[in-house]
Each structure stands twice: as structure tokens, then as C-alpha cells.
Design a binder for this molecule. Structure first.
Ligand code: NAG
Ligand code: NAG
Ligand code: NAG
Length: 467
């Protein structure tokens, strides 16, 4: 390849490859049609439960060479394979979540052959590589060729709130990595996990969906004593906005800020021997805890293509009257809190009850932490796998959650996404993993431990922020 064509290619890739998907420019030529994947049912024999990972910190809960789905009958599965409704190698997991005895997993429709984009797995696991059971059932999942927008089309990520509800963002986009098609408006759907009934179904109005928007992450701001007053924040990573949905109003509005944009310096990735550019904007979000429903909370956020972390008050996001009318006046209240350093790009993050933030490190195949009461700087950031050097345990951690159990765990899913997009996954190897770790044990003895030293009261969010 000549130098010139490389530059042209790099520009095309830079323009076209954003979020977890490379649109328009990249064709899936890497997958040889002659390559055969073994469609054998996974044998449960010999599986003796979750095994500690090499790190001893993270336990491998489930891992797969390729994904499979649980059909009502073997015949239905064989039929789905025959008519290419299910193409195993096109399925790549993205989001992870946990509630009581179920692990939730999303499988967006990156390509054809994804039979359902959202499902669950039993916990504790009985198999190493269990097939995905569609949630809440098969009937709730739409057909990309004949889309019914009341059904689930392409779910990206989920969030379980303090009111036993699972919220999800459905991008409404199919074929995201091949020839992207917005077949339905993006929507928020929430289920009551005690009954598995849908309790929210909200499609975004057309004026809040831009050309080439991708809505791919969601957090929910609610207090357990006021479950009807929830707000969901949904990031648009390709058009750099946050859509705020109020459950009480059953309305949404779009928040914009210059800090939602990608930083070109942080758009260059070198992982698994691949070099590519992702100009992804606002992506990861996490919320501080509040003791009362009235208490102000801060929303931490970062673009994917960025080494920085930012913060804004939730009261700014929740005030519909400001958007877009007063966007300029309030722009400066979206504040940078610090930097993770070179290669510090992160997809998602979450905060536990002790105020410790956990975040993925996609460029470093690692997970980081920060005690939110300390300054956000190199001395106060820690990475768990770094000490072990060259770990292959977590390859491209793409989603992270902290659960709501009495003893909280950090959940991570890794999926080798860049290899799926720009090279070729080897289906003889483990490609996808779900891992968990006890949140307290993880931070013990690190700078992220809230007990690690007594620090002066920090006011990261200035008092003047918003009233
Ligand atoms: C996805 O893209 C492929 C290749 O362009 C095309 O054959 C297929 O029909 C598309 N699927 C949908 C659901 O549009
Ligand atoms: C919420 O608003 C949408 C239209 O924006 C409407 O279709 C839906 O029925 C409303 N839901 C409720 C619970 O009122
Ligand atoms: C990590 O280990 C692999 C083989 O296990 C090796 O090929 C690679 O060069 C190592 N990378 C670094 C940065 O040491």
C-alpha cells in the first residue's frame, strides 16, 4: 500500500468508524465464507463452576468462542441457521448487567443473523458457554427485514435502577457495520424485573435523532423512594448529545455541550496489532449517590475518544427549560475533572455505594478505579491488571456495571470488538468473557480504597454550579 493510499484510507476510516461500528467504508471482507464454525451444542460435562481468572481478582463467570441462542426446539434452531436468521459468527456481545439470578447481555444487530439483540443467562452459571435466552421472550424481538417498532430491534446497553427496573436503549439501527439502516426510531424500554412486564416504552421524537446518530448507552437517575420520578440519560456517541427522558413527563429533550465531542488526539487506537481511528463522542456516564430524592447528584461523563473525565450537575440535565434555549449560558458548567493519561480511553463506568468509580480501559485491556472523593489525577487512579503485565484475561472490556446486591460486584464484558470489525476473530479461541469481582476486595490496599488515607473534603463540583 502506498503512503498516499494509506493516508486516504486513514481519513476514510477516521470519518467513518465511530463507536463500536465502522459504517459505510468498512466492508466485512475479512470473513471467509468457506470458514466453518462448529455449531455443536456446548457440553456442560466437566464444567465445575466459575473459575478464578489469572488475576485472582476477576473471576470468569462465562466465556465463549462464539455465541449461541436457546430456541424452543432444536428444529427451530436448525431452521434459523438454514435460513440465515441465525449466523453464529455475526453475533458479538456488547452490554452486560446483573440482577439476582440473571445476567443480562446485549447482542446488537451489527450484521444480519442476530436472532435477538437482548437476552439473559442463568446465575450462578451451570455451563461455561451457555446459550442466550431472549428477554423477556422470543416474541418481543423484531425482524430486521420487516421491522415492527413496538418490538426490540437492536439493543445496545442496559441499566438496572434502584426500583427493580431494567432500562435499555434500543438504537433502532440494523446492519450497523455493513450497511447501516435506521429502521425504527431509537427507543427506551424498561421492564419490571419482578414481573418481566414492560413498564416504559418511549420512542425518541424525530427532531432528537440526527442523521447518523447512534444512541448506545443509558444511565438512570432515580431514588428508591420516588420511583415514578426517574430520568434516563442516553448518549448519542456519533452526534455528541445526551437525550434526557423524564418518566413523569413522558417527554425527552436533547442536551448538547462542546465537552461531548471526541478529542482527535485520543482517536487513534493500537490494539491487537490493529491501528484504527474512532471519533466517538460522549459515551460513559456514572452517577454519584444521593441519600434523599432531593439531593443533587453529579453526572460524570467522558467521550470514548478522550483521556479526560467531565462532570455536570444532574439538575442541569433535568431542567427541560434550558435545552436548547439556554445551552450557551450553561455550557461552562460542564467541567473537566482530570485526565487518565495517554491510552486512557474508556467506554463505560459505574460508581459503587462507597463512591468508588470503576471504568473500562479499552486501550489497555484493563479496568481502572477512582475514589470520587479524591482529585482525579494519576496518583489517585489505579488499574487492576497492570501489575500482572500483558494480561489477556480482559480483551477489549466493552461494558462495565456495579450491581445492586448487598455485597456489590463489578461486572465486565470483553469482546475483542476491533478484531471483529477490522480483522477476523478466531473461533477456536475464547473471544468473549463475562467477569466479576467483589467491589470492596478489588480496591482494598489501593489508592481507590476510601479508607486508604484521610483527605480534605473536596468540592469537585463548585458550589456555584447551579441552583
Ligand atoms: C445488511 O447488509 C447486507 C449487505 O449489504 C444486505 O445484504 C442485507 O440485506 C442487509 N440487511 C438488512 C436487514 O437490511
Ligand atoms: C408517552 O409519549 C408517547 C409519545 O411521545 C406516547 O406514544 C405514549 O403513549 C406515552 N406513554 C404514556 C405512558 O403516556
Ligand atoms: C504479550 O504476550 C504475547 C504472547 O503471550 C506476546 O506476543 C506479546 O508481544 C506480549 N506483549 C507485550 C507488550 O509484552
Amino acid at each position: 500500500m502506498t503512503c498516499c493510499s494509506f493516508v486516504v484510507l486513514a481519513i476514510i476510516v477516521a470519518l467513518a468508524c465511530i463507536d463500536c461500528a465502522c459504517v459505510h467504508a468498512y466492508k466485512a471482507t475479512h470473513y471467509s465464507p468457506t470458514q466453518q464454525v462448529q455449531y455443536l451444542p456446548v457440553s456442560p460435562y466437566g464444567y465445575v463452576g466459575p473459575q478464578p481468572g489469572k488475576s485472582q481478582l476477576f473471576q470468569i463467570v462465562n466465556e465463549w468462542k462464539y455465541l449461541d441462542f436457546e430456541y424452543p426446539t432444536y428444529g427451530q434452531r436448525q431452521k434459523a441457521i438454514a435460513n440465515r436468521e441465525f449466523i453464529a459468527e455475526n453475533n458479538l456481545p456488547l452490554g452486560v448487567d446483573f440482577y439476582k439470578d440473571r445476567i443480562f447481555i446485549t447482542t446488537p444487530r451489527w450484521k444480519d443473523g442476530v436472532p435477538a439483540s437482548f437476552g439473559y443467562l442463568p446465575y450462578p452459571p451451570k455451563e461455561q458457554s451457555p446459550p442466550i435466552r431472549p428477554y423477556p421472550n422470543w416474541e418481543s424481538h423484531g425482524d430486521p427485514y420487516n421491522p415492527d417498532c413496538t418490538k426490540l430491534i437492536s439493543v445496545y446497553r442496559t441499566q438496572i435502577d434502584d426500583c427493580n427496573r431494567l432500562w435499555l436503549i434500543d438504537s433502532g439501527i440494523v446492519n450497523a457495520t455493513v450497511s447501516l439502516s435506521q429502521v425504527c426510531p431509537p427507543k427506551i424500554v424498561a421492564y419490571d424485573l419482578r414481573t418481566d412486564q414492560a413498564v416504559v416504552h418511549y420512542q425518541f421524537p424525530a427532531d432528537q435523532v440526527k442523521q447518523d446518530s447512534l444512541h448506545s448507552n443509558i444511565v438512570v437517575d432515580v431514588h428508591k423512594d420516588r420511583c415514578d420520578d426517574a430520568h434516563a440519560y442516553v448518549t448519542d456517541v456519533w452526534r455528541f448529545g445526551i437525550v434526557v427522558y423524564s418518566l413523569r413527563k413522558n417527554r425527552s429533550w436533547r442536551v448538547t455541550n462542546y465537552n461531548f465531542s471526541p478529542d482527535p488526539v485520543a482517536s487513534d487506537f493500537n490494539v491487537f496489532g490493529l491501528n484504527f481511528q474512532w471519533l466517538d463522542g460522549v459515551f460513559g456516564m456514572s452517577l454519584s449517590k444521593a441519600k434523599t430524592p432531593e439531593e443533587e447528584r453529579v453526572v460524570y461523563f467522558h467521550p470514548m475518544a478522550s483521556f479526560k473525565e467531565f462532570v455536570v450537575s444532574n439538575s442541569l440535565l433535568k431542567d427541560e427549560s434550558l435545552w436548547p434555549a439556554k445551552a450557551q449560558d450553561f455550557a461552562k458548567y460542564f467541567i473537566a475533572v482530570g485526565e487518565r493519561g495517554v491510552n486512557g480511553q474508556s467506554s463505560t463506568s459505574a460508581i459503587d455505594r462507597n463512591g468508588v468509580m470503576f471504568f473500562t480501559q479499552v486501550h489497555r485491556d484493563d479496568v481502572g478505579c477512582w475514589d470520587t472523593k479524591k482529585p482525579y489525577d494519576a496518583a489517585n487512579l489505579h488499574r487492576f491488571l497492570e501489575a500482572e503485565g500483558n494480561s489477556t484475561l480482559i480483551q477489549f472490556p466493552n461494558d462495565l456495571k456495579v450491581d445492586n446486591e448487598p455485597t456489590q460486584s463489578v461486572w465486565v464484558i470483553s469482546n475483542r470488538l476491533p478484531v471483529y470489525l477490522y480483522s477476523q476473530l478466531n473461533y477456536e479461541e475464547i473471544n468473549f468473557r463475562i467477569l466479576k469481582a467483589n467491589a470492596n476486595d478489588l480496591v482494598q490496599g489501593t489508592v481507590c480504597d476510601p479508607r486508604s488515607y484521610v483527605h480534605p473534603q473536596q468540592h469537585l463540583v463548585p458550589e456555584y454550579l447551579y441552583h
